[in-house]
Ligand binder design. Structure first.
Ligand code: B1M
Length: 230
């Protein structure tokens, strides 16, 4: 692969945001994702190629390493920040419709729950996976999800919950969404949520609360979304 895209991939994977960023120490004073993405565009690389050959594989590596517990939340946040730096150059192309996204993902933390760190990580990794993300924020009830789906009818929905009390609100939200949009795909996650909580006994899909999929981590969410597009 071209050298510049390889460097960009490495910058995102290691969390080097821009030239002045001191992290990681081994890349001190070197170009970061922001400069490298700008240079790639100047040299005529297409935004799609920059995304698909550098940014998406970098974030996939990060997600897989996080799932294997080889890196932790701070490193993943730095990579997401570096990805954000590169995206500053690419966003205008996406917004103009010149480049395609894989689909739309609507995510929110459920009613009564204000925890957003995990939800934000999922958002960033999914965006890094080539999806448009609509982040509804925290304390999101069924009405707000349904309004967002009305505007993006083919979107996949993500619910996050961090409290055993608010986890139960997932069931209500899933039921209300499915009552209106029976075909909507709903993915759930968050620390107290388990496969067992999702599953009907003996089934390998999430239908105890009527959702379609459970992922314990952001990369699992990205993998699930990607297999829906195949
Ligand atoms: Co709260 N809190 N908190 N808290 N808090 C916990 C969750 C708790 C476990 C702490 C404890 O008691 N040990 C406990 C919950 C107990 C329970 O229900 N089992 C708790 C409590 C009780 C509370 C309050 C009720 C405290 C109080 O006021 N008495 C209160 C509730 C407020 C509310 O929401 N209504 C409260 C408040 C807060 C703060 C505001 C202070 C702050 C939140 C700040 C913020 O989010 N902006 C906070 C924090 C920071 C925590 C802890 C310390 C850390 C949570 C976190 O961000 N983890 C937490 C204790 C802990 O976990 N050690 C705790 C890091 C994050 C990356 O992980 O969110 O699990 P996580 O996300 C993971 C996965 O779960 C997954 O991907 C992420 C990366 O792997 N994932 C998904 C998440 N969402 C996903 C969605 C997906 C797929 C995967 O698909 C859609």
């Amino acid at each position: 692969m071209e050298n510049l895209l390889e460097k960009l991939l490495e910058a995102v994977e290691l969390g080097k945001v821009d030239k002045k960023s001191p992290y990681p120490p081994q890349l001190k004073d070197q170009d970061g994702a922001y400069e490298l993405a700008g240079k790639a565009l100047e040299q005529g690389y297409k935004p799609d190629d920059i995304l698909e050959k550098a940014l998406i594989p970098a974030m996939a590596n990060v997600g897989n390493r996080f799932s294997r517990k080889e890196i932790y939340v701070p490193q993943m946040l730095m990579s997401a920040k570096a990805m954000g730096g590169a995206m500053l150059h690419l966003k205008p192309f996406f917004q103009s419709g010149e480049t395609k996204r894989k689909g739309t993902f609507i995510i929110g933390t459920v009613t009564g729950d204000l925890h957003d760190i995990g939800k934000n990580l999922v958002s960033m990794m999914v965006e890094g996976g080539g999806w448009e993300v609509i982040d509804l924020g925290v304390d999101v009830g069924p009405e707000k999800f349904i309004k967002a789906i009305e505007e993006k009818p083919h979107a996949v929905i993500g619910l996050s919950a961090l409290l055993t009390t608010t986890m139960e609100n997932m069931r209500k939200i899933v039921a209300e969404i499915k009552a209106k949009y029976a075909d909507a795909k709903i993915l759930v996650g968050g620390a107290p949520v388990t496969q067992e909580y999702c599953n009907k006994i003996g089934a390998d899909y999430c239908n105890k609360i009527g959702a379609d999929f459970y992922s314990p981590d952001p990369q699992g969410a990205v993998n699930y979304l990607n297999q829906l597009t195949r």
